[in-house]
Design a protein around this ligand. Structure first.
Ligand SMILES: Cc1ncc(COP(=O)(O)O)c(C=O)c1O
Length: 401
């Protein structure tokens, strides 16, 4: 391709499946948008979504919240994180994750990442010993899943409670086991650019009845918690009601109606996304300045975006490369920018984090990391156009050492 150009908006999330549209219209016609009612009959959509998701992922309990950020905040509260506590987290993540830690009054302690963008397990081992943190909030950032068995061994050694941020791994597994089922709690997102699009929304899953009861109360159930069905016995609520504040972070029936039919589509969507990811990864990996991280065969990802490292370019050259791609219709995000832009930011930008972090390895890796959405509607041959655009825009740069 001499003059490659992409004529497609990569940020388009795609239409809501017709069943979701119809269910949302029914909810609106009935006016029962709030999940609870004092004399409610039938199963509200939020309750049905919790049941469906718990069954899908194979967990006993599921609570629907209004975002994954809210789910992570509630998850931290449920495991007892409070003012002044330290929470470990991988340095490759996005703003809602340290935001949830700050919301709980705690302080993030960032763990280094390696060349494959995953948490560095040696650094985790060291910081679990030195930081005093009792909790790890692990982001499976952009779908990159670390060796979960090895991670859980380290967590056990240090008595760390693991909360999994699965905003980018709905439907993904490590060695046949769903992400979000390794730690004490898994948190998922239904935000527009994730695997199921309900605009905003979060799901918290666990097998622990105390955590589940606390999570429902924190989410804002008033005294109507019995209306949940993916919940523990009422005796667990008796233990905590009155002692747990109502944070009003519930999901509405409208959100649930839009999101619920998409759970059954995850396997089909995953095949579409991964076909495109592999085609892009294969093409981009052949460009001399681009490195695609090696993936473990145990990592059963669902890649609704692609990440790659651009080697051998100065910051100014990177800016010019990204501008050249954008002029040809390919919008690429970059984790190495001095200033946060759009959805993308890194630990240096989170000024509210009081403790100075020393993360030379992560900073070096992130300076080269680029990120691009893969819309479900991307035709396979457009992947080749994207590769051609990047090759064209990189052709004048020297081969990296
Ligand atoms: C890594 C990561 N975790 C958590 C979240 C929070 O998800 P939500 O927007 O549902 O709060 C996001 C949002 O983009 C994210 O990128």
């Amino acid at each position: 391709m001499d003059d490659p150009r992409l004529d497609l908006d990569l940020s388009l999330p795609g239409a809501i499946p017709e069943e979701g549209v119809q269910r949302a219209i029914e909810v609106m016609r009935a006016g029962k948008l709030h999940r609870y009612g004092e004399d409610r009959t039938g199963v509200p959509e939020a309750t049905a979504l919790e049941q469906d998701y718990a069954a899908y992922i194979g967990k006993k309990f599921c609570t629907a919240l209004n975002s994954c950020g809210a789910s992570m905040f509630v998850a931290l509260k449920c495991v007892g994180v409070g003012h002044g506590d330290k929470v470990l987290m991988n340095a490759f993540t996005l703003a809602p994750v340290p935001g949830a830690v700050e919301h709980a009054g705690a302080q993030p302690v960032f763990v280094e990442i390696d060349e494959t963008y995953k948490i560095d397990l040696n650094d985790l081992d060291k910081k679990a010993a030195s930081s005093g943190a009792k909790v790890l909030l692990l982001s499976h950032m952009r779908g990159h899943i670390c060796d979960m068995e090895a991670l859980m061994v380290i967590a056990k050694r240090h008595s760390l409670t693991v909360i999994e941020d699965c905003a980018h791994t709905m439907g993904a597994k490590w060695d046949g086991k769903f992400t979000g089922t390794f730690g004490a709690i898994g948190c998922f997102s239904l935000q527009s650019f994730k695997h199921a699009n309900a605009g905003e929304g979060g799901l918290l899953v666990t097998d622990d009845p105390d955590i589940a009861a606390k999570g429902i109360l924190y989410s804002g159930s008033y005294m109507l918690y019995a209306q949940h069905t993916a919940r523990p016995g009422l005796e667990y609520f008796e233990k905590y009601r009155g002692r747990i504040p109502n944070f009003s972070l519930r999901m509405s029936n409208l959100t649930a109606a839009v999101g619920r039919p998409q759970i059954a589509l995850l396997a089909e969507r995953s095949a579409v996304w991964n076909d495109r990811y592999r085609r892009l990864a294969d093409g981009l990996g052949r460009i001399q300045n681009i490195r695609i991280p090696l993936r473990s065969p145990k990592e059963q990802y669902v890649m609704s975006s692609i990440q790659f490292s651009v080697k051998g370019l100065s910051a100014a050259e990177m800016e010019r490369f990204l501008e050249a791609c954008a002029a040809r219709g390919v919008f690429v995000k970059w984790f190495g920018r001095a200033e946060p832009v759009g959805f993308t930011s890194v630990h240096e930008h989170w000024e509210y984090v009081m403790e100075k972090q020393n993360l030379p390895q992560s900073e070096r890796v992130l300076r080269e990391v680029c990120d691009m959405r893969i819309p479900l509607a991307l035709p396979l041959d457009s992947c080749d156009t994207i590769v051609a655009v990047m090759r064209h825009c990189l052709k004048n740069y020297a081969k990296p050492a």
